[in-house]
Design a protein. Structure first.
Length: 218
């Protein structure tokens, strides 16, 4: 029987152990219908990863923005603008620049590093912000998240982030793993609101499905 080459067996075993731990934490943190109890271990938030944004900015050509979860959110995140000009659409949306500030582009690509409050888990998600002029001094910024990272041009950045997060002892979970349905009872209200069953993504990072579009008028 053929064996694994190099260290691939060890890497695979580590990945399987990490996933087993994730499933255990989710099943114990949500004993019923996506109503979380206290996490089993210290999770991640922006206060717990102080300096991570600076480290990312030192090794990648990005501008990093800290984003705290809103009232309808769950986990904090870092938005990595894949460019260096300012202001950018994220700053316009979040009120970090003048509402009438000129924008260099009407569409910008970001990498979101989502942080989980349930453990030292993170995931990467590509997101595109688009600008639309509504007239009468109003502008709309729409965020269109992708199911993971789809743009091949981001491969180098993703590789750099994988190594950096590993050094920070943060477990990076891939989209395919996160999109599987969670075991246990299903909250009918959740399925009614989102028209889909809850997944590990919802339990760990965000109650909204990963490709939910959000729009803000500024």
């Amino acid at each position: 029987m053929a064996g694994c080459g190099g260290g691939s067996c060890g890497i695979q075993a580590q990945r399987e152990e990490e996933r087993r731990r994730v499933l255990e934490i989710v099943s114990r943190a949500y004993p019923g219908a996506l109503e979380p109890v206290a996490p089993l271990e210290r999770g991640l938030d922006l206060d717990g990863v102080l300096g991570l944004g600076d480290k990312i900015g030192d090794v990648l050509p990005v501008r990093v923005f800290e984003h705290r979860a809103g009232p309808d959110g769950f986990g904090d995140s870092l938005y990595l603008f894949c460019g260096l000009h300012a202001p950018c659409l994220y700053e316009l949306r979040e009120g970090l620049c003048a509402r009438d500030a000129p924008m260099l582009r009407s569409a910008e690509t970001y990498l979101r590093v989502a942080l989980s409050p349930l453990g030292r888990f993170a995931t990467l998600q590509e997101s595109v912000l688009r600008l639309e002029d509504l007239g009468e001094g109003r502008r709309l910024v729409a965020e269109e998240p992708r199911a993971g990272v789809e743009n091949g041009d981001l491969r180098t950045m993703v590789t750099g982030l994988q190594g950096l997060l590993r050094r920070e002892r943060i477990v990076l979970l891939d989209a395919a793993f996160l999109f599987q349905a969670i075991a246990g009872p299903v909250d009918p209200a959740f399925e009614q609101r989102w028209a889909s069953p809850p997944t590990l993504w919802n339990a760990l990072f965000d109650p909204a499905p990963p490709t939910t579009t959000r729009e803000v008028v500024v």
